[in-house]
Ligand binder design. Structure first.
Ligand SMILES: Cc1cc2nc3c(=O)[nH]c(=O)nc-3n(C[C@H](O)[C@H](O)[C@H](O)COP(=O)(O)OP(=O)(O)OC[C@H]3O[C@@H](n4cnc5c(N)ncnc54)[C@H](O)[C@@H]3O)c2cc1C
Length: 332
């Protein structure tokens, strides 16, 4: 590992000053379950590590019926799973208890989970987010692409967004709050979590809407409306110590037995958590049956463009959507 400076600030204002204006200058260290592995492999090489774990105000959860759930960025996934506040959000509970492994959940923070870097093996070998052959073609298209994205690849980014918790949060309509020394007023900017994830257009860009000197401080999940039904489904090769091959998080606002509005969010199929408006539209005005769930699953992948080795992911993504919809409808 290369030498680096180490700082342990106790306020978010100090964090911003220590990070600097380029990614190479400084990196936030939270649980370290992702960042330290990337540094050991020489994939990221920050000159300064800014350990934020001393900022107590960024820890813990709280729930208020009018405002919903606040999750501090330094809350570990294990603490979140243990929080009584998750009783209101059964799909989020399922997502956090299925993520990673007990050991990792004890260290990994929710802020770090949102900001974790892609698991794409080209990226992890130091070839960047959009690896190219010498003649300027995508190495992923030409190479081993069995785990690559099947949706949203127009810019030439083929990695998949790794967080399995983000799709559940997005289905609940969560927002992310970011401390930015340059933002006016309190220095905090807020955006829908779905807009936090971006597909890079070039290898110089990142996959999150964060500047090098910004920090995620908390997530806000709105209070679940009455009659909200949710369903979550992951297709995994193994139950722990791994990421799924495809997954879906579904939130249905019901009017009796009929779907009034729907959110369908897929994971591990695109460079961002993939919100499928097409799948949601098929559900509105319907009751949940195996047929309507299948129609949503088919609609979710109509725009899929598989590569040479990952056509199977279409089948898995469809299965994840269908089963998540059936779970939400209570029919699974
Ligand atoms: C074997 C294994 C299996 C896993 N399985 C899953 C899974 O099923 N689902 C899943 O979702 N994840 C999974 N993970 C990933 C794991 O959840 C992440 O590594 C973890 O959540 C990252 O959190 P951390 O606090 O350790 O982040 P760190 O490693 O400290 O940081 C990760 C990145 O985020 C940045 N960062 C951290 N906190 C902030 C912040 N507050 N603001 C801005 N930037 C920040 C860091 O600079 C770094 O770039 C798995 C990991 C392993 C090793």
């Amino acid at each position: 590992m290369r030498p680096f400076e180490y700082a342990s600030p106790n306020s978010k204002e100090q964090v911003a000053a220590l990070l600097g204006t380029s990614w190479e200058q400084g990196a936030i260290l939270a649980g370290g379950t992702d960042l330290l592995a990337l540094m050991k492999d020489d994939v990221v090489t920050p000159r300064r590590l800014v350990n934020v774990k001393g900022i107590d105000t960024l820890r813990g959860t709280s729930y208020q019926p009018g405002n919903g759930l606040r999750i501090g960025a330094l809350t570990t996934i294990a603490e979140l799973a243990d929080s009584k506040d998750l009783a209101q959000y059964p799909m989020l509970f399922e997502a956090v208890t299925e993520a990673a492994s007990p050991q990792i959940r004890n260290l990994a923070t929710i802020g770090g989970n949102m900001c974790q870097r892609p698991r794409c093996w080209y990226f992890r070998s130091g070839m960047g987010l959009m690896p190219m052959t010498k003649d300027g073609k995508s190495l992923v298209v030409a190479g081993d692409n069995r785990y690559a994205a099947i949706l949203g690849t127009q810019t030439g980014a083929y990695f998949v967004s790794p967080s399995t918790i983000a799709p559940a949060l997005i289905a609940y309509g969560a927002k992310v709050r970011i401390y930015s020394a340059k933002a006016s007023g309190s220095g905090v900017r807020e955006l829908p979590l779905g807009r936090f994830f971006i597909t890079p257009k070039s290898a110089k860009e990142r996959e999150h809407d964060l500047k090098p000197d910004e920090m995620v401080i908390e997530l806000i999940v709105p209070p679940p409306p009455q009659n909200l039904k949710t369903g979550y489904f992951e297709v995994r090769q193994k139950a722990a110590f791994d990421w799924p091959l495809a997954m879906a998080a579904v939130a249905l606002q019901m009017d009796g037995n009929t779907v009034k509005s729907a959110r369908v969010v897929m994971g591990h199929v695109a460079p961002v958590p993939w919100v499928s408006d097409e799948a949601a539209a098929t559900l509105v005005g319907k009751t949940i049956t195996p047929d309507t769930a299948m129609a949503a699953a088919n609609a979710a992948v109509t725009k899929a463009k598989p590569l040479s080795m990952n056509k199977y992911k279409i089948t898995l993504a469809k299965a994840a959507v269908k089963r998540a919809v059936l779970k939400a409808g209570g029919a699974a």
